[in-house]
Design a protein around this ligand. Structure first.
Ligand code: UDP
Ligand code: MG
Length: 322
Protein backbone atom coordinates (compact mmCIF):
# COMPACT_ATOMS: atom_id res chain seq x y z
CA UNK A 1 0.00 0.00 0.00
CA UNK A 2 1.39 3.40 -0.98
CA UNK A 3 1.35 6.21 1.53
CA UNK A 4 0.25 9.78 0.90
CA UNK A 5 0.83 12.70 3.28
CA UNK A 6 -1.50 15.68 3.04
CA UNK A 7 0.19 18.85 4.29
CA UNK A 8 -2.14 21.64 5.33
CA UNK A 9 -0.77 25.03 6.47
CA UNK A 10 -3.28 26.61 8.86
CA UNK A 11 -3.38 30.11 10.21
CA UNK A 12 -6.53 31.05 12.09
CA UNK A 13 -8.59 28.30 10.48
CA UNK A 14 -10.39 27.06 13.63
CA UNK A 15 -13.83 27.60 12.12
CA UNK A 16 -13.30 25.48 9.06
CA UNK A 17 -10.77 22.80 9.93
CA UNK A 18 -13.27 20.15 11.04
CA UNK A 19 -15.29 20.60 7.82
CA UNK A 20 -12.09 20.52 5.81
CA UNK A 21 -11.07 17.15 7.25
CA UNK A 22 -14.58 15.69 6.89
CA UNK A 23 -14.92 16.86 3.28
CA UNK A 24 -11.45 15.66 2.31
CA UNK A 25 -12.06 12.32 4.03
CA UNK A 26 -15.22 11.83 1.98
CA UNK A 27 -13.05 11.83 -1.15
CA UNK A 28 -9.96 9.98 0.02
CA UNK A 29 -11.94 7.20 1.70
CA UNK A 30 -13.06 6.16 -1.79
CA UNK A 31 -9.50 5.79 -3.08
CA UNK A 32 -8.28 2.26 -2.57
CA UNK A 33 -4.68 1.13 -2.47
CA UNK A 34 -3.42 4.21 -0.65
CA UNK A 35 -3.19 5.14 2.99
CA UNK A 36 -3.50 8.83 3.78
CA UNK A 37 -2.08 10.86 6.63
CA UNK A 38 -2.67 14.54 7.40
CA UNK A 39 0.09 16.83 8.58
CA UNK A 40 -1.66 19.94 9.89
CA UNK A 41 0.72 22.81 10.52
CA UNK A 42 -0.51 25.45 12.94
CA UNK A 43 1.33 28.59 11.91
CA UNK A 44 1.02 30.42 15.22
CA UNK A 45 -2.77 30.84 15.03
CA UNK A 46 -4.52 32.99 17.64
CA UNK A 47 -8.02 31.62 17.32
CA UNK A 48 -7.92 28.14 18.81
CA UNK A 49 -6.88 26.37 15.61
CA UNK A 50 -4.45 24.28 17.61
CA UNK A 51 -7.20 23.10 19.96
CA UNK A 52 -9.24 21.98 16.97
CA UNK A 53 -6.19 20.17 15.60
CA UNK A 54 -5.69 18.30 18.85
CA UNK A 55 -9.31 17.24 18.97
CA UNK A 56 -9.07 16.09 15.34
CA UNK A 57 -5.96 14.09 16.22
CA UNK A 58 -7.92 12.44 19.05
CA UNK A 59 -10.77 11.70 16.64
CA UNK A 60 -8.71 10.42 13.70
CA UNK A 61 -5.52 8.42 14.14
CA UNK A 62 -4.14 9.65 10.81
CA UNK A 63 -4.13 13.31 11.83
CA UNK A 64 -0.70 14.61 12.81
CA UNK A 65 0.04 18.18 13.81
CA UNK A 66 2.93 20.58 14.24
CA UNK A 67 2.40 23.82 16.10
CA UNK A 68 4.78 26.76 15.63
CA UNK A 69 5.94 29.04 18.43
CA UNK A 70 4.59 32.03 16.44
CA UNK A 71 3.39 32.96 12.95
CA UNK A 72 6.20 32.16 10.50
CA UNK A 73 4.17 32.42 7.28
CA UNK A 74 2.71 29.92 4.85
CA UNK A 75 6.08 29.21 3.21
CA UNK A 76 7.53 28.09 6.53
CA UNK A 77 4.43 26.01 7.27
CA UNK A 78 4.69 24.18 3.95
CA UNK A 79 8.39 23.59 4.53
CA UNK A 80 7.77 22.16 8.00
CA UNK A 81 5.16 19.83 6.53
CA UNK A 82 7.49 18.63 3.79
CA UNK A 83 10.32 18.13 6.26
CA UNK A 84 8.13 16.01 8.50
CA UNK A 85 6.56 14.00 5.70
CA UNK A 86 7.49 10.42 5.01
CA UNK A 87 4.89 9.32 2.43
CA UNK A 88 5.60 8.00 -1.05
CA UNK A 89 3.60 10.97 -2.26
CA UNK A 90 2.98 14.32 -0.64
CA UNK A 91 0.02 16.63 -1.24
CA UNK A 92 0.13 20.31 -0.26
CA UNK A 93 -3.22 22.09 0.04
CA UNK A 94 -4.93 25.02 1.79
CA UNK A 95 -7.23 24.55 4.75
CA UNK A 96 -10.04 26.76 3.46
CA UNK A 97 -11.45 24.32 0.85
CA UNK A 98 -10.43 26.71 -1.92
CA UNK A 99 -8.34 23.82 -3.19
CA UNK A 100 -11.05 21.29 -4.10
CA UNK A 101 -10.37 17.90 -2.44
CA UNK A 102 -12.46 16.43 -5.27
CA UNK A 103 -9.32 16.80 -7.42
CA UNK A 104 -7.23 14.45 -5.27
CA UNK A 105 -8.23 11.25 -7.16
CA UNK A 106 -7.26 12.89 -10.49
CA UNK A 107 -3.99 14.09 -8.99
CA UNK A 108 -3.12 10.60 -7.81
CA UNK A 109 -4.02 9.26 -11.26
CA UNK A 110 -1.63 11.87 -12.68
CA UNK A 111 1.37 10.71 -10.68
CA UNK A 112 0.44 7.09 -11.39
CA UNK A 113 0.68 7.94 -15.10
CA UNK A 114 4.36 8.59 -14.45
CA UNK A 115 4.45 12.31 -13.70
CA UNK A 116 6.59 13.43 -10.75
CA UNK A 117 4.10 16.09 -9.86
CA UNK A 118 0.51 16.94 -10.57
CA UNK A 119 -0.57 20.49 -9.79
CA UNK A 120 -3.73 22.57 -9.93
CA UNK A 121 -4.06 25.69 -12.04
CA UNK A 122 -6.88 28.19 -11.67
CA UNK A 123 -8.56 29.00 -14.94
CA UNK A 124 -10.81 31.70 -13.55
CA UNK A 125 -10.55 34.22 -10.77
CA UNK A 126 -14.20 34.84 -10.12
CA UNK A 127 -14.89 36.32 -6.73
CA UNK A 128 -11.53 38.04 -6.64
CA UNK A 129 -11.10 41.79 -6.91
CA UNK A 130 -10.28 43.14 -10.40
CA UNK A 131 -7.22 45.02 -9.14
CA UNK A 132 -5.79 41.89 -7.52
CA UNK A 133 -6.29 39.83 -10.72
CA UNK A 134 -4.73 42.60 -12.82
CA UNK A 135 -1.59 42.82 -10.70
CA UNK A 136 -1.33 39.08 -10.37
CA UNK A 137 -1.59 38.47 -14.12
CA UNK A 138 1.04 41.09 -14.87
CA UNK A 139 3.33 39.84 -12.14
CA UNK A 140 3.43 36.38 -13.74
CA UNK A 141 3.99 37.85 -17.21
CA UNK A 142 6.79 40.08 -15.96
CA UNK A 143 8.45 37.51 -13.73
CA UNK A 144 8.37 34.80 -16.42
CA UNK A 145 10.11 37.21 -18.76
CA UNK A 146 12.96 38.16 -16.46
CA UNK A 147 13.54 34.96 -14.48
CA UNK A 148 14.63 31.50 -15.57
CA UNK A 149 11.85 29.73 -13.71
CA UNK A 150 8.54 29.62 -15.51
CA UNK A 151 5.45 29.83 -13.32
CA UNK A 152 2.21 29.32 -15.24
CA UNK A 153 -0.40 31.99 -14.58
CA UNK A 154 -2.93 30.72 -12.09
CA UNK A 155 -0.61 28.09 -10.57
CA UNK A 156 -1.57 27.60 -6.93
CA UNK A 157 0.11 25.75 -4.06
CA UNK A 158 -2.13 22.70 -4.50
CA UNK A 159 -0.15 19.76 -5.78
CA UNK A 160 0.94 16.20 -5.30
CA UNK A 161 4.64 15.39 -5.53
CA UNK A 162 6.67 12.21 -5.61
CA UNK A 163 9.09 11.53 -2.77
CA UNK A 164 11.96 12.21 -5.15
CA UNK A 165 10.64 15.68 -5.93
CA UNK A 166 9.93 16.44 -2.25
CA UNK A 167 13.52 15.55 -1.40
CA UNK A 168 14.69 17.82 -4.20
CA UNK A 169 12.58 20.69 -2.86
CA UNK A 170 13.98 20.12 0.64
CA UNK A 171 17.54 20.09 -0.68
CA UNK A 172 17.16 23.80 -1.47
CA UNK A 173 18.10 25.14 1.92
CA UNK A 174 17.42 28.86 1.46
CA UNK A 175 15.77 30.51 4.43
CA UNK A 176 13.65 32.96 2.42
CA UNK A 177 11.56 30.49 0.50
CA UNK A 178 9.38 31.20 -2.51
CA UNK A 179 7.76 27.83 -3.11
CA UNK A 180 6.07 28.59 -6.41
CA UNK A 181 9.50 29.31 -7.88
CA UNK A 182 11.20 26.43 -6.06
CA UNK A 183 8.67 23.88 -7.38
CA UNK A 184 9.41 25.06 -10.88
CA UNK A 185 13.18 25.41 -10.36
CA UNK A 186 13.69 21.79 -9.27
CA UNK A 187 12.31 20.64 -12.61
CA UNK A 188 10.66 17.20 -12.86
CA UNK A 189 7.62 16.67 -15.00
CA UNK A 190 4.43 18.37 -13.90
CA UNK A 191 0.92 17.65 -15.11
CA UNK A 192 -1.40 20.66 -14.80
CA UNK A 193 -5.03 20.19 -13.86
CA UNK A 194 -7.27 23.21 -14.54
CA UNK A 195 -10.04 24.16 -12.11
CA UNK A 196 -12.51 26.98 -11.52
CA UNK A 197 -11.71 29.34 -8.66
CA UNK A 198 -13.59 28.54 -5.47
CA UNK A 199 -14.51 31.39 -3.15
CA UNK A 200 -13.61 31.19 0.51
CA UNK A 201 -16.76 30.39 2.49
CA UNK A 202 -15.34 30.27 6.00
CA UNK A 203 -12.82 32.67 7.52
CA UNK A 204 -11.01 35.39 5.62
CA UNK A 205 -7.98 35.61 3.39
CA UNK A 206 -4.69 36.31 5.17
CA UNK A 207 -3.31 38.33 2.28
CA UNK A 208 -3.32 42.10 2.21
CA UNK A 209 -2.45 44.05 -0.92
CA UNK A 210 0.87 45.08 0.64
CA UNK A 211 1.55 41.46 1.57
CA UNK A 212 1.05 40.38 -2.04
CA UNK A 213 3.30 43.18 -3.26
CA UNK A 214 6.09 42.03 -0.95
CA UNK A 215 5.48 38.46 -2.09
CA UNK A 216 5.93 39.55 -5.72
CA UNK A 217 9.24 41.32 -4.94
CA UNK A 218 10.42 38.20 -3.06
CA UNK A 219 9.56 36.05 -6.06
CA UNK A 220 11.56 38.19 -8.46
CA UNK A 221 14.62 38.69 -6.27
CA UNK A 222 14.74 35.01 -5.29
CA UNK A 223 15.13 33.83 -8.86
CA UNK A 224 16.61 36.66 -10.84
CA UNK A 225 19.34 39.28 -10.86
CA UNK A 226 17.69 41.03 -13.81
CA UNK A 227 16.93 44.19 -11.76
CA UNK A 228 20.67 44.52 -11.04
CA UNK A 229 21.45 44.21 -14.74
CA UNK A 230 18.75 46.76 -15.44
CA UNK A 231 20.40 49.39 -13.24
CA UNK A 232 23.81 48.75 -14.84
CA UNK A 233 22.20 49.22 -18.23
CA UNK A 234 20.47 52.38 -17.05
CA UNK A 235 23.86 53.69 -15.90
CA UNK A 236 25.39 53.01 -19.31
CA UNK A 237 22.51 54.69 -21.16
CA UNK A 238 22.64 57.79 -18.94
CA UNK A 239 26.44 58.02 -19.33
CA UNK A 240 26.09 57.76 -23.12
CA UNK A 241 23.46 60.54 -23.14
CA UNK A 242 25.69 62.69 -20.92
CA UNK A 243 28.64 62.15 -23.27
CA UNK A 244 26.61 63.20 -26.34
CA UNK A 245 25.29 66.24 -24.49
CA UNK A 246 28.84 67.17 -23.44
CA UNK A 247 29.93 67.23 -27.10
CA UNK A 248 26.93 69.38 -28.02
CA UNK A 249 27.73 71.86 -25.23
CA UNK A 250 31.41 71.92 -26.20
CA UNK A 251 30.60 72.84 -29.81
CA UNK A 252 27.96 75.35 -28.74
CA UNK A 253 30.54 77.03 -26.53
CA UNK A 254 33.22 77.02 -29.24
CA UNK A 255 30.87 78.41 -31.87
CA UNK A 256 28.58 80.73 -29.92
CA UNK A 257 30.77 81.48 -26.91
CA UNK A 258 29.80 81.00 -23.26
CA UNK A 259 26.14 81.55 -22.45
CA UNK A 260 25.13 81.74 -18.80
CA UNK A 261 21.49 80.48 -18.82
CA UNK A 262 21.00 76.82 -18.02
CA UNK A 263 19.58 76.98 -14.52
CA UNK A 264 16.52 74.87 -15.37
CA UNK A 265 18.49 72.26 -17.31
CA UNK A 266 21.03 71.87 -14.49
CA UNK A 267 18.31 71.53 -11.89
CA UNK A 268 16.30 68.97 -13.89
CA UNK A 269 19.35 66.85 -14.66
CA UNK A 270 20.53 66.90 -11.05
CA UNK A 271 17.12 65.90 -9.74
CA UNK A 272 16.70 63.25 -12.42
CA UNK A 273 20.08 61.69 -11.68
CA UNK A 274 19.42 61.91 -7.95
CA UNK A 275 16.22 59.94 -8.46
CA UNK A 276 17.93 57.31 -10.58
CA UNK A 277 20.71 56.90 -8.01
CA UNK A 278 18.22 56.50 -5.16
CA UNK A 279 16.29 53.97 -7.19
CA UNK A 280 19.44 51.98 -7.98
CA UNK A 281 20.60 52.01 -4.38
CA UNK A 282 17.13 50.78 -3.42
CA UNK A 283 17.41 47.80 -5.75
CA UNK A 284 20.91 47.03 -4.47
CA UNK A 285 19.50 47.30 -0.96
CA UNK A 286 16.81 44.72 -1.70
CA UNK A 287 19.47 42.20 -2.62
CA UNK A 288 21.85 43.13 0.19
CA UNK A 289 19.01 42.83 2.71
CA UNK A 290 18.28 39.36 1.43
CA UNK A 291 21.94 38.34 1.60
CA UNK A 292 22.03 39.64 5.20
CA UNK A 293 18.95 37.65 6.22
CA UNK A 294 20.23 34.56 4.45
CA UNK A 295 23.68 34.65 6.10
CA UNK A 296 22.12 34.61 9.57
CA UNK A 297 20.95 31.05 8.84
CA UNK A 298 18.07 31.36 11.25
CA UNK A 299 15.75 28.35 11.39
CA UNK A 300 12.80 28.58 9.01
CA UNK A 301 10.35 27.74 11.80
CA UNK A 302 10.33 26.79 15.50
CA UNK A 303 8.13 24.00 16.78
CA UNK A 304 6.23 24.38 20.03
CA UNK A 305 4.36 21.09 20.01
CA UNK A 306 3.90 18.13 17.69
CA UNK A 307 2.65 14.56 17.71
CA UNK A 308 5.00 13.50 14.91
CA UNK A 309 7.79 11.26 16.00
CA UNK A 310 11.23 11.85 14.55
CA UNK A 311 12.03 9.25 11.90
CA UNK A 312 14.65 7.52 14.03
CA UNK A 313 12.68 7.64 17.29
CA UNK A 314 11.37 4.29 18.47
CA UNK A 315 8.45 3.62 20.74
CA UNK A 316 6.64 0.52 21.96
CA UNK A 317 3.45 1.68 20.23
CA UNK A 318 5.12 1.09 16.87
CA UNK A 319 5.92 -2.46 17.82
CA UNK A 320 2.36 -3.13 19.01
CA UNK A 321 0.89 -1.73 15.76
CA UNK A 322 2.85 -4.24 13.69
N1 UDP B 1 -1.60 30.49 5.92
C1 UDP B 1 -0.55 30.15 6.79
N2 UDP B 1 0.19 31.16 7.34
C2 UDP B 1 -0.03 32.48 7.06
C3 UDP B 1 -1.06 32.80 6.15
C4 UDP B 1 -1.81 31.79 5.60
O1 UDP B 1 -0.33 28.98 7.07
O2 UDP B 1 0.69 33.32 7.61
C5 UDP B 1 -2.42 29.41 5.33
C6 UDP B 1 -3.91 29.59 5.49
O3 UDP B 1 -4.37 29.06 6.71
C7 UDP B 1 -4.47 28.83 4.31
C8 UDP B 1 -3.41 29.04 3.25
O4 UDP B 1 -2.21 29.41 3.94
O5 UDP B 1 -4.59 27.43 4.58
C9 UDP B 1 -3.79 30.09 2.23
O6 UDP B 1 -4.14 31.29 2.88
P1 UDP B 1 -5.34 32.21 2.39
O7 UDP B 1 -6.55 31.39 2.14
O8 UDP B 1 -5.45 33.32 3.37
O9 UDP B 1 -4.74 32.75 1.03
P2 UDP B 1 -5.51 32.93 -0.37
O10 UDP B 1 -6.29 31.66 -0.61
O11 UDP B 1 -6.38 34.12 -0.22
O12 UDP B 1 -4.40 33.11 -1.38
MG1 MG C 1 -7.57 30.75 0.56
Amino acid sequence: MKTVDIIVPCYNEAEGLQIFIETTNSYIDKISGYSFKYILVDDGSRDGTFKVMKSLAAQYSNVKYISFSRNFGKEAAMYAGLQNSSGDYVIVMDADLQHPPAMIPDMIAGVEEGYDCCAARRTSRKGESKIRSFFSRNFYKFSNKITDVKMPYGAVDFRIMSRQMVDAVLSLCEVQRFSKGIFSWVGFETKWLPYENVERTIGTTKWSFWGLFKYAIDGITAFSVAPLRFISLLGIIISACAFIYAIVVLFQTLIFGISVPGYATTLIITLFLGGIIEFSVGILGEYIGRIYMETKKRPIYLTKETNIKKKDEFSFDDELEE
